[in-house]
Design a protein around this ligand. Structure first.
Ligand code: TXA
Ligand code: MG
Length: 315
């Protein structure tokens, strides 16, 4: 579907009501969450979900996350368990996605699950996302609102640059606070880390009182549909750089001389919040990007996961 223009909606009662109305019509609306902007469509409407894949230019039907307004709503769609209870008491609403078995009569389009018998669900914390989900009163399928393979959007301007003319509207509520996508935990079998993200693995393990199955750093086989090359700027990206080479620009971390610093005081949460906007900005220079070493604990694990994908060989 092509639109003459993509409407800008402000995050007030009127804008949220309009956005919910567009979703009810099966149209696509980008909306802010605390992690990144999502590209939302009605998760029960196969045509709306197909339009999400089309707008992003996704190469295949990878499963999507269903966003809902509350834990009670999530329980209508998936089989709940004790571990889900513990994690959601601590981290919902927030940047945590759980993969659980689908419940009978769930009504979710099979394009959302890519035919799997599990569903990824999340209750976001962002007040505008929550207001939209409450007004729409149904599950919203939403991948990050960027063309497939490109850097995730943390502002409405990023969304517009990537998807202008391909979606009905953008609900604009400023920059996203967390800046990294949600942590995805599989609970359909033994608890497993499927994607590092906005909540550190260490915190999840503390709540579950168990070590999670997870892949080693550098092993990129995790949730289905996570492409190795992803979050990719146009220019090459080189990691763990102590100094620049040739025409490179340096994305710094900590007290280093650089073109742009993720966090001068070496704060990983600040670095996470700045990561995608910094990649967008440096990408505009057209020069190769070198990145300072980033510690691999806490949110650093998710930052390094995204950076490895940005630096991975492209097809
Ligand atoms: O923070 C986020 O999670 C953002 C915001 C918009 O909520 N959304 C997001 O969606 O990152 P997306 O589509 O870019 O990533 C969804 C990930 C994919 O890697 C997919 O493989 C995984 O979730 N996933 C979805 N359903 C799954 C399932 N049933 N089993 C395993 N992994 C699943
Ligand atoms: Mg994405």
């Amino acid at each position: 579907m092509t639109f003459l223009g993509t409407q800008d909606l402000s995050a007030d009662a009127d804008g949220i009501a309009k956005a919910a109305d567009l979703l009810r019509q099966g149209l696509l609306v980008a909306f802010p969450t605390e992690t990144v902007y999502g590209l939302g469509g009605d998760a029960r409407n196969g045509e709306a979900v197909a339009a999400i894949y089309e707008a992003k230019g996704r190469p295949s039907f990878n499963p999507l996350i269903a966003h809902v307004a509350s834990t009670e709503t999530a329980k209508r769609f998936v089989e709940w368990n004790d571990q889900a209870d513990r994690l959601t008491h601590t981290f919902w609403p927030g940047p945590l996605t759980l993969v659980l078995p689908l419940r009978a009569g769930h009504g979710i389009s099979s394009l959302v699950t890519a035919g799997l018998d599990t569903l990824a669900v999340r209750v976001p914390a962002h007040p505008t996302a929550r207001a939209l989900l409450a007004a729409f009163d149904g599950p919203v399928a939403a991948p990050s609102a960027n063309p497939s393979g490109q850097i995730s959007p943390t502002t409405a301007a990023h969304v517009r640059a990537g998807l202008e003319g391909r979606i009905a509207a953008i609900l604009d509520d400023g920059p996203c606070g967390v800046g990294l996508e949600s942590t995805i935990i599989g609970l359909a079998e033994a608890p497993a880390l499927l994607r590092p993200g906005g909540i550190a693995l260490e915190q999840i393990e503390e709540v579950l009182q168990t070590e999670l199955h997870h892949h080693q750093p550098g092993d990129l086989l995790t949730a289905p549909g996570q492409l190795q090359s992803h979050y990719a700027p146009d220019a090459p990206v080189r990691l763990n750089a102590q100094a620049i080479q040739g025409a490179e620009v340096l994305l710094g971390f900590g007290p280093v001389a650089c073109d742009l610093n993720l966090s001068e005081c070496s704060n990983l949460a600040e670095a996470a919040a700045n990561l995608f906007a910094a990649l967008h900005t440096l990408n505009e220079t057209g020069r190769p990007i070198a990145v300072s070493p980033i510690p691999d604990h806490g949110l650093g694990a998710a930052i390094n996961d995204r950076l490895r994908r940005a630096a991975a060989p492209r097809d």
